[in-house]
Design a protein around this ligand. Sequence first.
Ligand code: ATP
Length: 215
Amino acid sequence: MPQTTIKPLAIFGGTFDPVHLGHLSVAWEASELLDAEVRLMPASVPPHRAPPMASAVQRVAMLRAALQGQSRLTLDTRELERSGPSYTIDTLIELRAEQGERPLVLLIGADAFAGLPGWHRWRELFEVAHIGVLSRPGVEAGFPDELQQVVANRRVQHAAALRHTGAGKLIELAVTPLEISATRIRELLVEGRDPRYLLPEGLFDDPGLLAPYRR
Ligand code: ATP
C-alpha cells in the first residue's frame, strides 16, 4: 500500500473504572506521536479480569465528563453495545471492515501487552492492526518468549512506518511515565479520600459520577 495521508485510527481499550489522568495523558501523547485519531473504547465484560465496580453507563458518563473541552480523544462505545464478552479481535475486524485500508493502531499499556498471549486469538491481532505499546512505570522491559518471537520482525522505530501499511507492525511509544492506576484510585475513594489531581477535573463536577466507588 502506498504511503497514505490519512491519519491512522488508534484504539485505546480498557475498563476505565474510573478513567484517570494516566489514561488520558498517555492517549494524548500517543495521538501526538502517531498523529492519529485516538478513540477510547470501554470494555463491557473484560474476559480476563474481575468485573468493574462501576456499571457500563456510569463508566461512559465518567469518560464523557473527562473528554470535554478537547477533540483529539474521542469515545467509542461499540463494545458496550455488544452482548457477551468483548474480544479485541472482533472489534478490530469490525473496524477494519469500516475503515478500509486505513492504518489501525491498537494502543496497549506495557503491563497489558505483557499479558497479550492470554488474549483470545491474539496472534491474529497483527493481521488487522498495528500495536502501539505505551510505556508504564513499574513494568519490567522483558516480555514473554512467545510474545518476543511474534514481535521480533514487526518492530518499527518511527511512527511514519505505520502509514506504509494498514497492520502488522509494533511500535513502542515512550510516553511520559505517570504512576497512576485505577486500582489505587478506587482504594482512595473507598477510604473517603479525594484523589483530585489523579482524576480529570470533570469527574468532580457531578458528585454522582464517583458515587460507585464511595462506601
Ligand atoms: P486497574 O488498576 O483497575 O487494573 P488501569 O489503571 O490499569 O486499571 P485499565 O482501564 O485497566 O486501567 O487500563 C486500560 C489501558 O490503559 C491498559 O492498556 C493499561 O495498560 C493502560 N494504562 C492504564 N494506566 C496507565 C498508565 N498510568 N500509564 C500507561 N498506561 C496505562
